[in-house]
Design a protein around this ligand. Structure first.
Ligand SMILES: O=C(O)c1[nH]c(=O)[nH]c(=O)c1I
Length: 308
């Protein structure tokens, strides 16, 4: 089964990527993603202008059906990741960037525009865990203004990382904004912001930052992720591709993301728990489902989820 795919004229040898933040903080982790079987490439940890320690620990906790995190954007700093993606690698890279305010985002994209890097960049508009900073992508006017400013100078391939939306009118409003710009892709969903979990023995929350509030990931967010992939596929120009993220733990989940219209699929929580071997498993499980159904290509069913 041929799982390679092309996005913004970049050929990915597989549809599978890591969710930004997982297995992508260091050169060693990013190399591991690229060298692993059945990966399409690597998405870097979202980079800020300077290196950041992030929030105090514990800041990640595994739940029965997923995860909760309030990492706080720890990263090695923009130069580290720009240096990595500008080097030659066996598979494509996606450079994720996250400014802490609008001027950071503009500054980072000017630097990428002026750099030697010609690959894809992903602007993270949805980090839920920077204390005191709202998610840009929940402010439609700010998102529109930011993209207008960026596309007044930026000419390289650019996508955006979106939070989940939960209101059909919000899908309409956000898609109307995104359709105005020559985006290569959207990556949806980021973690479901500001969940909370409690250890009943200690009667304490399970992560230290933000009084225990953190982004939810893993199996429990799959229905939300599928809805966001489908909603945006229905509304966005076909030229804007979709990386489906959220809740993927099996080939069945990958199949559902693809039915909703995803072009690529990224894995976060399950990758953290299982390691990069997960991509071979997901590939085998997806191939088995396709064989059972008589599909020989993802194009046979991509985006073809049926209404009841
Ligand atoms: O807390 C984080 O570092 C983080 N955590 C997430 O769940 N999503 C994000 O986009 C980020 I930048």
């Amino acid at each position: 089964i041929d799982f390679k795919t092309t996005m913004a004229s970049v050929e990915f040898p597989s549809i599978f990527l890591n969710a930004s933040g997982v297995n992508c903080m260091t050169v060693a982790e990013m190399d591991e993603m690229i060298n692993a079987a059945c990966t399409g490439g690597v998405v870097t940890k979202s980079a800020t202008p300077q290196q950041r320690e992030g929030n105090p620990q514990p800041r990640y906790y595994q739940l029965e059906h997923g995860s909760i995190n309030s990492m706080g954007l720890p990263n090695a700093g923009f130069p580290y990741y720009l240096d990595y993606v500008t080097k030659e690698h066996a598979k494509p890279t996606i450079l994720s960037v996250a400014g802490l305010q609008m001027s950071d985002n503009i500054e980072l994209l000017h630097k990428i525009q002026a750099s030697e890097y010609t690959g894809l960049t992903e602007l993270n508009l949805s980090c839920p865990n920077v204390i005191g900073k709202p998610q840009v992508a929940y402010d439609f006017e700010e998102t529109d203004a930011l993209l207008a400013e960026i596309f007044s100078f930026y000419t390289k391939p650019l996508g955006v990382k979106l939070p989940p939306y939960f209101d059909l009118v919000h899908f309409d409003q956000m898609a109307a904004i995104l359709n105005k710009y020559p985006l290569t892709h959207i990556n949806t969903v980021n973690s479901v912001g500001n969940g909370l979990w409690i250890d009943i023995d200690t009667e304490k929350v399970v992560i230290k930052p933000k009084q225990g509030f953190g982004g939810l990931g893993g199996a429990m967010i799959l229905p939300t992720a599928l809805a966001n992939v489908r909603a945006f596929r229905q509304r966005l120009n076909p030229s804007i591709k979709i990386i489906g993220t959220g809740g993927v733990t099996s080939g069945k989940d990958v199949f559902m993301h693809l039915l909703c219209g995803a072009d690529m699929v990224s894995v976060g929580t399950a990758l953290l728990h299982e390691g990069v071997g997960i991509f071979q498993r997901l590939t085998d499980e997806l191939a088995a489902i396709m064989a059972e159904k008589g599909y020989t290509s993802i194009e046979d069913f991509r985006g073809k989820v049926q209404d009841f």
